[in-house]
Structure formats: C-alpha cells, structure tokens
Design a protein around this ligand. Structure first.
Ligand code: NAP
Length: 268
C-alpha cells in the first residue's frame, strides 16, 4: 500500500513524520507523495485542510488520517502518544472508511459562460474590502432575501465546528448531507431585513449569491485560502457529489470530539 505524510513543518510534527516513515517502511508500506492510498496529516486541523487540498483531485482513491501535535482536533484526532498503535493498525488491519460531505462552489464571472469551481472541506466565506456586502440570496432559484452586512459563510457539516460556530451557526453531524449559511453582522432595521438565523439546506437545494453591485471586489475564502474577485455575477453553493474519506481504526464519535474540544477533555 502507498502512503504519504504531510507535516505542519515544526520540529515535533517532523519528528513524528520521520518516525512513522521508518516504522511503516518496516511493514512494507511504500512512501509515495504522488498517488498515495493513505494520506497522514501531522499537525492540526489547519495542516489537515492543506493535506485535503493537496490531494483533493484523487478523493476516491485516498483515505485520510490526522495526527494532532497540539491539542485535539476535529480532523486531526490521533494524539502523538497513540502513533505506535496507529502504525500497527494501518499495517495490520483492513480499515473502515467514514465519509463526510463537502461543499461545491462555483464562481460565475460577469459576461462569461465559464466559471471557476472549488471544493471546500470547512467552508467558503464571502467578504468585501470595500464596505458592506450586498447580495441577493436565492434558494433553489427563488429569491429569499437581500443580504446587507459584513459577509456570508457557507459551511459543510464538519466545518460547522470552525468559522461557522464562531458566527453562531449550529453544529451539524457530518452524517447529514447538508450545507449551512450563516450571516456576518447583517444590517437589520425597518428598511433592511434578513432572516437573521443560520439556514441549513439539504443536498438538493442550491444556494445562489448574486452581488448587487458588479463593480465591487469580494474576498472569497475557501477553507484557508483567500482570493480577491472582481466582476462576479453569482456564487453557486451546493453539497458536492464528492466526499472526503477517512480511514477509521477506532470509534471516536463526533459528539465526543465536540465535547472534548469545547466542553472539557477530562474524563469523568
Ligand atoms: P487559523 O486562523 O490559523 O486557525 C483557525 C482555527 O480553526 C485553528 O484553531 C484550527 O485548528 C481550527 N479549525 C480548523 N478547522 C476546524 C474544524 N473543522 N473544526 C474546529 N476547528 C477547526 O486558520 P487555518 O489553520 O488556516 O484554518 C482555516 C480555518 O480557520 C477556516 O476554514 C475557518 O473555519 C477557520 N476560521 C475560524 C475563525 C473563527 O473561529 N473566528 C475565523 C476565521 C477562520 P488547529 O489549531 O487544529 O489547526
């Protein structure tokens, strides 16, 4: 079996990477950064996002594993002192696969039929460096509201514990094929009105965002990468047909991860 390891690059992560490479070689696993069947990310959830984007072109052939060298993470849910146990599990056991939904984003420029397509593991967020974001929000082709505010965030279920949570969004279990739209400081008064609540859409509902002023530029962040776009006609978001696959060697329920990350990681 071929595998690759991506590391945060700090001394601790690099040491774990070196140790794992040495052990996995002894179990006849082949290190291959081009066509790995297993990708092990060593660092944090941020490092995991980078690993996902590096290998997102071969999601069907790749299973991901995350080791956290800081505190416990959502994607990086193995701890450094569990590395030996993990290596033996990778080498010996056929592993179970758990799939999580992803977000599909299409950015349509003005006066052009071509669009740019992206995949997000956590979310896409839209902001502006030129003041208030003004956008029509359409759901399944029907006008829903005219949003005015700092921006909008569209997240996946596994991304719901990240930026979405800080924006007051709900935490969604990743077994649900859904996306969530959250507002950033919407303007709400007698003149301007938005729903003011996060919206959770099922996988057959497309959410379209149409800027009112086409001369504005927008800062669109897909997971950890921000790009400035000018002359956008619309941004189309839907639950992707693709999924990320995790190699699972032990039970670690999502709600336990939520509890340990946000409530307390002490037992009892
Ligand atoms: P960063 O600003 O260096 O780190 C953002 C934090 O979000 C890190 O603590 C990271 O965990 C954590 N995180 C990432 N994915 C998560 C998830 N699915 N559930 C819970 N926590 C998660 O940025 P980065 O490392 O490049 O990561 C980009 C992500 O940052 C974005 O996708 C966005 O979700 C998040 N973000 C959050 C806020 C906010 O909460 N106010 C604002 C902007 C962006 P690790 O420490 O394990 O890497």
């Amino acid at each position: 079996m071929q595998y690759a390891i991506t590391s945060k690059g700090d001394a601790k992560s690099e040491a774990i990477k070196a140790r794992m490479k040495q052990y996995l070689q002894e179990f006849d696993l082949v290190y291959d950064e081009t066509t790995p069947e297993i990708v092990i990310s060593v660092g944090g959830d941020g490092t995991f996002l980078e690993a996902f984007h590096r290998y997102k072109h071969r999601l069907k052939e790749t299973a991901f594993i995350g080791i956290h060298t800081g505190h416990l993470g959502f994607y990086a849910d193995w701890l450094p002192d569990e590395v030996e146990k993990l290596i033996i599990a990778i080498a010996k056991k056929p592993f179970e696969i758990v799939e999580y939904p992803l977000l599909d984003i299409k950015i349509h420029p003005e006066e052009d039929e071509d669009y740019q397509q992206f995949l997000a593991l956590n979310e896409a967020s839209i902001k502006s460096a030129e003041g208030t974001v003004v956008m029509d929000v359409l759901i399944k082709g029907a006008h829903f509201e005219r949003f005015r505010g700092d921006g909008l965030c569209i997240s996946t279920p596994s991304g719901s514990t990240a930026y979405n949570k800080a924006l007051g969004g709900a935490i969604i279990h990743p077994s649900l094929n859904a996306l969530q739209l959250t507002e950033m400081a919407s303007i709400n008064n007698r003149v301007f009105r938005t729903i003011g609540s996060p919206l959770i859409l099922p996988n057959h509902h497309v959410c379209e965002l149409k800027p009112l002023y086409h001369d504005r530029s927008f800062l669109i962040t897909i997971d950890h990468e921000t790009t400035t776009y000018d002359h956008i006609k619309s941004i189309e978001c839907r639950v992707s047909d693709e999924k990320i696959r995790f190699a699972r060697f032990r039970a670690f329920p999502f709600w336990k991860r939520v509890h340990d990350s946000f409530i307390s990681d002490e037992r009892g």
